[in-house]
Design a protein around this ligand. Structure first.
Ligand code: G3P
Length: 216
């Protein structure tokens, strides 16, 4: 399972990279706004800065257009920024066409805002590199988001689709575990959800005892 961090905060991305288990980064316009990154030039520079921290890892950069021509123009500019850039495309009608366009050009894509198995099937048929089901937001409206991950993994397995299931909108470490059980290829998480995987009281108690005995 690949671990991505879902943030545009450079300090957190550095911390996650130094932790040694980081495979990539996802961002979205809300996360960029949260960091106060404004204007096209600043946004583009920020993507390059992120790529330079996550050496070799995929970095999703989202288009803002909702029409095909705009998505192609923006996506090509983003892809030209750095070889690690993955063009993030929303799950809308022109988005499907854009996924197909980029797939045929060999440019990696991440289909975002996915909330149903039918949407995930369309993304795979259009050749998306990643599909991003938002599990936390489904939980928020009383659907089990991890059930959707399991459904998509099952459907893709039936047909051998190569699209990777990227579980997004992860809120805590149990989401990561349940997504791993369901067969997600990637989890994109807040840093805290990743570091919380470390925690177990018996580990702390056991280590304290070993260190105490070593001193005897
Ligand atoms: O990767 C998608 C993610 O950023 C959405 O997360 O917490 O806003 O639902 P959230």
């Amino acid at each position: 399972m690949k671990f991505f961090i879902d943030t545009a905060n450079l300090a957190q991305i550095k911390e996650a990279a130094e932790f040694g288990v980081l495979d990539g980064v996802t961002t979205n316009p809300s996360l960029m706004a949260k960091e106060g990154i404004k204007g096209e030039a600043a946004v583009m520079k920020h993507y390059v800065d992120i790529c330079n921290i996550v050496k070799g890892g995929d970095v999703s950069a989202e288009v803002l257009s909702t029409d095909l021509a705009g998505m192609i123009r923006e996506g090509e500019a983003l892809a030209a920024l750095h070889p690690q850039i993955v063009v993030k495309i929303p799950m809308i009608r022109d988005g499907i066409k854009a996924l197909k366009y980029f797939s045929e050009k060999g440019i990696k894509t991440n289909c975002t805002l996915v909330f149903s198995p039918g949407q995930a099937l369309l993304a795979a048929k259009a050749g998306a590199t990643y599909v991003s089901p938002f599990i936390g937001r489904l939980d928020d409206v009383s659907f089990d988001g991890v059930d959707l991950i399991a459904q998509i993994v099952h459907i893709y397995g039936n047909y051998g689709y190569k699209t990777q299931v990227l579980a997004a909108s992860i809120r805590h470490s149990l989401h990561i575990i349940r997504c791993a059980e369901a067969g997600a290829d990637v989890a994109t998480c807040p840093l805290s959800a990743i570091t919380d995987l470390l925690k177990h009281p018996l580990t702390d108690i056991g280590l304290a005892k070993f260190l105490e005995d070593a001193r005897k």
